[in-house]
Design a protein around this ligand. Structure first.
Ligand code: CP
Length: 309
């Protein structure tokens, strides 16, 4: 298959064949990550700039590791260490970085649509590492890779996504991806945290978390995004944990072999009890591990994927 995407701006733009091809490519890269010498020359001579305007542990680190394992030169720029603090605009920042001839800019930004804006103004490839409450495509891809690894398929699975749906770019990207791959997606959260009309994107919506997770093959918990909530959308965190937290008791409603997932960072004791986060059904660290392979695949494919591994 020919992968024809210069940019990865969202899962919305990817077909089921694209998603399958990215996951297959990531699968082929996983083996490199378990070698003693975790490096191949695939992207030698390529330059990748990680431009992060928001905090990140997993995404920024794994894009950097992914680039390095493919022998690319990787440079990290964070907002606090850049001339953004002196008032430079996003466009000027990107144009100045582009003048140094990178091949890819991986960007995280608080504004929804920031990556689309940039892709229309620079010549190099743009990979969205999370834009506001809009999309987080590499997260959804690593989530789908993890589900496929454990369940052998995506089609026909019941996936419950629980929490702050409104502010979650992870939920939106997974909704696009999982429905496209034939899974049933159930969304649950307090009424203040579920956007009206989201069922038009193909999801079943529940206010009662227990209905959403009943018989589910996968329970994906979301972080409460207090930094994106303009006003208080829940009475107390304790009350939220009572009605929308996953614990050993309500997890029994899901399928006995259900996977527990979370994109991280986890608010322990709020959306997820520590027993469940660290329990036998949790695949949270598998998600993180798969993040490196998925990001290797994305870097490789947007640059044409023509060089030998
Ligand atoms: N899942 C995720 O995006 O984590 P970080 O914010 O640490 O990158």
């Amino acid at each position: 298959m020919n992968f024809r995407h210069k940019h990865i701006l969202g899962i919305e733009q990817l077909s089921a064949d694209d998603i399958r091809f990215i996951l297959d490519t990531a699968d082929s890269f996983k083996e490199i990550n378990s070698r003693d010498i975790k490096k191949v020359p695939t992207l030698r001579g390529k330059t990748i700039v990680n431009l992060f305007f928001e905090a990140s542990t997993r995404t920024r680190t794994s894009f950097e590791i992914a680039g390095k394992r493919l022998s690319a030169d990787t440079i990290n720029i964070t907002a606090s260490s850049s001339s953004v603090v002196k008032g430079e605009t996003l466009e000027d920042t990107a144009k100045n970085i582009e003048a140094m001839k990178p091949d890819i800019i991986v960007m995280r930004h608080a504004a929804s649509g920031a990556c689309h804006y940039l892709a229309e103004r620079v010549d190099c490839s743009i990979i969205n590492a999370g834009d506001g409450a809009h999309e987080h495509p590499s997260q959804a891809l690593l989530d789908m890779l993890t589900i496929r690894q454990h369940k052998g398929r995506l089609e026909g699975l019941k996936v419950a996504i629980v929490g702050d749906i409104t502010h979650s770019r992870v939920a939106r990207s997974n909704l696009y991806g999982l429905t496209r791959m034939g899974a049933e997606v159930r969304l649950a959260g307090p009424g203040t945290m579920v956007p009206p009309g989201i069922e038009r994107m193909g999801a079943k919506v529940f206010n009662d978390m227990r209905e959403a997770i009943a018989g589910a093959d996968v329970v994906m918990m979301l972080r409460i995004q207090l930094e994106r909530q303009g006003k208080t959308l829940l009475p107390t965190l304790r009350e939220y944990a009572k009605f929308y937290g996953l614990n050993t008791e309500n997890l029994k409603l899901a399928a006995p072999d259900a996977l527990v997932m979370h994109p991280g960072p986890v608010n322990r004791g709020v959306e997820l009890s520590s027993y469940v986060a660290d329990g036998a059904q949790s695949v949270i660290l598998d998600q993180v591990e798969n993040g490196v392979a998925v990001r290797m695949a994305l870097l490789y494919l947007v640059l044409g994927g023509e060089q030998a591994q």
